[in-house]
Ligand binder design. Structure first.
Ligand code: SF4
Length: 348
């Protein structure tokens, strides 16, 4: 069943819209305008990488005010993540924040949830409600089938929104294990045309987090389930974005963006490919171009194997070769390699 389409500022989620990639900011929101401008510049780089939406924790009124000020200069739509205090959500809605994420279960009395829903409905601000396997309502905690308990929890929350005529809803059903996440989202998608935000909660440090998120999300995306994704990692927002983009790539839904291939390196390597990849990645991913780059350690798999790349680099004895579509472009020594490579990259 195709989901409905909703809008978060100018970003479409659901329906025939491409699956979007989002992340969450990891720090407290700064208060000074100068720091907020720096943050907006970082959001701009994240947008160039392929990020569509960023969420911020709003634990108090200072954070709500800072998010409203950031919203005025942000190149990306922003989501306020709110727990417990419905008044923070009202402040964000009235201040123009693009989307709200709440867990209705911890907002308290239904009149508070209703007030929040009506304010969001009047201002056409979408809301995501999140169900996490670890914080199910008490009466569902004893259920043996956790995925079905998660769907029931979502149903109870949706019913409140529907009763108040609110339709700009996004749902997420997250567990920390793959099979429960997949089963909950499959069951939900079969019954509700509500756009789904996919994620595996508390997925863990970088490597287990990437593996768990990739397996769960590719399984769902392959079946046409999921409209926006967020990879949760104990790492930077940029790594979450890159992982999300790679997941879309693996699911055959690649966005047009720079791509990098690199060899794992072995004893034949003529230069430090790992260090080079680390250095070139931020520059490459901030380019708003669909270019492909190959970083190879030696000529064994150098220009020939990487001839599909728009630009490549490989160690070759005492020198470094820079090549374009498999043809040698320049030969340089190692200390000039980075500078020359960036120069050629910008010409593409
Ligand atoms: S390209 Fe060369 S350095 Fe890299 S893994 Fe292959 S043989 Fe080793």
């Amino acid at each position: 069943m195709r989901s409905k389409k909703i809008y978060v500022r100018d970003l479409a989620i659901g329906g025939d819209a491409p699956v979007s990639v989002q992340t969450m900011w990891k720090e407290a929101l700064p208060q000074k305008m100068e720091e907020l401008r720096e943050l907006a510049a970082r959001l701009s780089a994240m947008k160039s990488m392929g990020c569509d939406l960023v969420r911020f924790a709003v634990p108090d009124s200072q954070a709500a005010e800072a998010l409203i000020r950031l919203r005025e200069i942000s190149p990306l739509p922003l989501v306020a993540d709110i727990h417990y205090d419905y008044r923070l959500a009202l402040t964000c809605i009235h201040g123009g924040v693009d989307k709200i994420r709440i867990n209705p279960g911890n907002i308290g009395a239904e009149w508070k949830v209703r007030e929040l829903i009506l304010a969001a409905r009047d201002r056409e601000v979408p809301i995501r409600i999140g169900v996490n396997s670890g914080s199910l309502p008490k009466k569902l905690q004893a259920e043996r089938d956790v995925a079905s308990a998660m769907i029931k929890a979502a149903e109870q929350e949706i019913e409140v929104f529907e009763r108040h005529g609110f339709s700009s809803l996004v749902c997420s059903l997250k567990a920390s294990d793959i099979n429960t996440t997949v089963a909950a989202n499959e069951g939900f998608a079969a019954r509700y045309p509500i756009p789904l935000h996919l994620g595996v909660t508390e997925a863990g440090p970088l490597i287990p987090g990437i593996v768990k998120s990739s397996v769960a999300m590719v399984r769902l995306l392959d079946r046409g389930i999921g409209n926006t994704i967020r990879v949760s990692l104990s790492d930077s927002p940029e790594k979450e974005i890159l992982t999300g983009l790679e997941i879309l790539d693996a699911a055959g839904m690649a966005k047009k963006r720079p791509k990098i291939v690199s060899c794992p390196r072995c004893g034949r390597a003529g230069f430090d490919t790992h260090g080079f990849v680390e250095k070139i990645s931020p520059i490459l991913y901030s380019m708003d171009k669909e270019v492909s780059v190959a970083v190879m350690g030696c000529v064994v798999n150098g220009p020939g194997e990487a001839r599909h790349a728009d630009l490549g680099i490989t160690g070759a004895g005492r020198e470094i070769i820079i090549f374009k579509h498999g043809k040698i472009l320049r030969r340089v020594n190692e200390n000039r390699a980075f500078e020359v490579f960036v120069e050629e990259l910008k010409k593409l």
